[in-house]
Design a protein around this ligand. Structure first.
Ligand SMILES: *Cc1c(COP(=O)(O)O)cnc(C)c1O
Length: 224
């Protein structure tokens, strides 16, 4: 199976699962996660017409996607990894969607940069649904206040929420929690579900699924 076969397979699985739960396949966007893979590995997907991609590092994304974007217009690039405030400028320059807004310092840095650059990437707040100490994201019990602060203090328009459930737990309660926080804050976008659990996430309301290894193959971190 080629990478393009696996992309097609994932799109079919998304459409099937969506219809199974009474949703329109078009409500769900496949974000293909290409972190650690070189530009050459991504080209077949672009040639096949796919345009929505996710990267977790600002520098890697800039190096890889600058040249690719020059050839393939219409790419929508998502930042799905943690963001440092000193990278806010490059993040706003590079990404169309920033899924990892998780603290006031980042919110302020993004607000300042968006004003300076006259650019408005779509913003998602990352929620650390499992309250894991090593993981990025605002704690669930602090999410409402943080979303309010983003809106009222920093004038940011928040489009939705993102989460990465703990690897050793059932994802379902985490997806449910994220959906609940989104609903009570009037947020429409839910970025949840990865290679192992995207069908479940669709069932629980995901609007964006972030799929890496199921399309790209196993990642080799030794080179990065
Ligand atoms: C790497 C990554 C993914 C993709 O994970 P797979 O299991 O390879 O599909 C999704 N979301 C985030 C935040 C990631 O860092």
């Amino acid at each position: 199976m080629t990478i393009v076969d696996r992309l097609t397979g994932a799109k079919e699985a998304i459409a099937l699962r969506a219809r199974d739960c009474g949703r329109e396949p078009g409500e769900i966007t496949l974000v293909c996660v290409t972190k650690t893979f070189p530009a050459e590995a991504v080209v077949p997907l672009l040639e096949a017409g796919h345009r929505v991609f996710g990267e977790n590092k600002v520098q890697e994304a800039r190096a890889k996607w600058g040249p690719l974007r020059a050839v393939y217009p219409g790419v929508e690039l998502h930042l799905i990894g943690p963001l440092q405030s000193n990278k806010a400028r490059e993040a706003v320059e590079t990404f169309d969607v920033i899924e990892s807004v998780d603290r006031p310092k980042i919110a302020k840095a993004l607000a300042d940069e968006m004003k300076r650059q006259g650019k408005s990437p779509r913003l998602l707040v990352q929620v650390n649904t499992g309250a894991e100490p090593q993981k990025a994201g605002v704690l669930p019990q602090e999410a409402d206040a943080f979303i309010k602060e983003c809106r009222e203090r920093y004038g940011l328009r928040i489009a939705g929420l993102m989460c990465v459930p703990p690897v050793d737990q059932q994802a379902s309660p985490h997806f449910a929690l994220l959906a609940e926080i989104a609903a009570r804050n009037g947020l429409g976008e839910l970025s949840m579900g990865m290679s192992a659990d995207y069908e479940l996430a669709i069932q629980q309301g995901a609007t964006h699924v972030r799929i890496g290894s199921a399309i790209m193959g196993e990642r080799d971190y030794s080179k990065g």
